[in-house]
Design a protein around this ligand. Sequence first.
Ligand code: IGP
Length: 230
Amino acid sequence: MSAFIEALTAAPVPVIAEVKARDSGGRDLLGGRGPADVARAYHEAGAPCLSVVTGSWFGGTVEMLRAVREVSRVPLLQKDFLTRERQLRRAAEFGASAVLLTAQLLPAQVLRSLTERALGLGLTPFVEVVSEEEIADVAHPADCVIAVNNKDIRTGERDDGDLARSLRLLQAVCATGTRCAVSASGVGTAADAAALLAAGYSGLLVGTALLDSASPAGWFAELATTRGAA
Ligand SMILES: O=P(O)(O)OC[C@@H](O)[C@@H](O)c1c[nH]c2ccccc12
C-alpha cells in the first residue's frame, strides 16, 4: 500500500492538513507565518499527512512544497492543477508522495494515463471527483485516493462547500474498491468532520478551517473528542 494511504488510514485522526497561502477569494491564510511554521504546527497537532497547494491560483509556489518538505517527516500531497507527465516527475523530485489529479479538468484518457504515470513514479494519485460519472472513470482505484471535492472548481471554489455531496457520493466511491475515500473542502467544524468520518470516509482534507484556527492542535483534539463521544 502507498505510504500516503497507509499513514492516513492508520491515524487516530485521519485528517490531511493543508498549507495554502490564500483562499479562492484572495484572502491571506498564512497571516505572516511561513509554510514551514504552519507545517510544524500541523505536526504538533498530529496530522498524519500534509497537503501543500502550489497552484498560483491560491498564491502557491513549488518553493512552498520544498519548505514544507524540509521540516516534514510525513507524506505530502502536492495540490495543483497538474496536466502533464513532466509535472509529475517534478512533484516526485520535490519529495511529494501524492499528486492531485482533477477529474473535472482532464479528459478520461488523460486522467487514466496520468494516473498510470503517477503510479509508475511511485506517487499516489489523489483523484478529485464531483460526480458519479467521474468516479466511474477513475483507473486503478485500489491504488488511488478518491476525494470528493465539496466545492466547485469551475466557479473558482468560491462557494462554501456542499458536504451533502460527499454523503451522496460515498457509496459510489467505496464501490470502486478504493482503500481511501476522502472528503475534501469546506469541512469547517469538528462536528462536520466527525459526521463525515462516521458516515464512512477514511479521511478528510482540511485547509481553511485549520489555517484560520488559533490552534490546529485544539482542532484535532476536538475532533478526537467528538468522535470518541459518538
Ligand atoms: O480550504 P478548504 O475549504 O478546507 O479546502 C481544501 C482543499 O480541498 C482545497 O484547497 C482544494 C480543493 N481542490 C483544489 C485544487 C487545487 C488547489 C486546492 C484545492
